[in-house]
Design a binder for this molecule. Structure first.
Ligand code: URA
Length: 190
C-alpha cells in the first residue's frame, strides 16, 4: 500500500480512546482510505462520520467529527478497538486475519479493568470479542440491539456496523444507532 499511496499511514492502526474506558467499541478493520490513511480508527471515511457524531451526541467524544489523528478529539470513557489492525485485502477481513489479530484484542481487553460494556460494531466485532474472551458463539447470538449479560456488571451489546453500506440500504438507521449507543451508556452507568 505504500507504493500506491505514499502519504498514507499504511501500518497497524492502534486503538483510540480513554486510558481506562467504561465502554469498549469493537470495530472491524481499518478502511483503505479511512483509518489506513489517517492512522486513527474510523477516521476519514463514512463509517466514522456516523460513529463520531453519535459518540459526540452521547457525550463520549469531545467533537462531532474525527478528521485526523492529531485533530485534538478525545473520547471520554470510551475506546475503539478494531478486530483487525491492518487494512485487509479488498477491504474485507479474512478469517485468518481475524484470528491472527485476536491476541491483540485479548491482551488489550485483559488490561482494561473497568469496562462495563463492550459494544460490538457488527458481527465480526461481536465474534472477535467472543473469541478473545473464550466465550461460545452459540451462547451469545448476534443481533442488533441485543444485550448479553456476561457478568454481574459487564455486558456485550450488539449493533449492526455503522458502514455506509448498512445505512444506505436502511439496515441501520441513524436513530437505531443512536439508540444502541445511548443504551450502552445506560448499561455502563454513564
Ligand atoms: N474504520 C475502522 O477503523 N473500523 C471499522 O470497522 C470501519 C472503518
Amino acid at each position: 500500500m505504500h507504493g500506491s499511496y505514499p502519504d498514507y499511514w499504511a501500518r497497524p492502526v492502534p486503538s483510540f480512546g480513554a486510558a481506562d474506558p467504561r465502554i469498549v467499541l469493537v470495530g472491524l478493520a481499518p478502511g483503505l482510505h479511512g483509518a489506513n490513511r489517517t492512522g486513527r480508527p474510523f477516521t476519514g471515511d463514512y463509517a466514522g462520520e456516523l460513529l463520531y457524531q453519535t459518540l459526540y451526541e452521547a457525550g463520549l467524544a469531545t467533537r462531532a467529527q474525527s478528521v485526523s489523528a492529531d485533530d485534538g478529539l478525545e473520547l471520554k470513557h470510551a475506546r475503539i478497538i478494531n478486530a483487525v489492525k491492518c487494512v485487509p485485502p479488498g477491504n474485507k477481513p479474512l478469517p485468518e486475519e481475524i484470528r491472527a489479530c485476536n491476541g491483540y484484542l485479548r491482551a488489550e481487553l485483559a488490561s482494561l479493568k473497568r469496562v462495563r460494556v463492550v459494544l460490538a460494531l457488527g458481527r465480526v466485532g461481536h465474534d472477535a470479542f467472543l473469541l478473545a474472551s473464550g466465550l461460545k458463539r452459540s451462547a451469545f447470538p448476534f443481533g442488533h440491539g441485543r444485550e448479553h449479560r456476561l457478568e454481574e456488571t459487564r455486558y456485550l451489546v450488539d449493533s449492526y456496523h455503522c458502514s455506509r453500506y448498512n445505512t444506505s440500504t436502511g439496515v441501520l438507521t441513524e436513530a437505531m444507532f443512536r439508540k444502541v449507543v445511548r443504551r450502552a451508556c445506560e448499561l455502563a452507568r454513564l
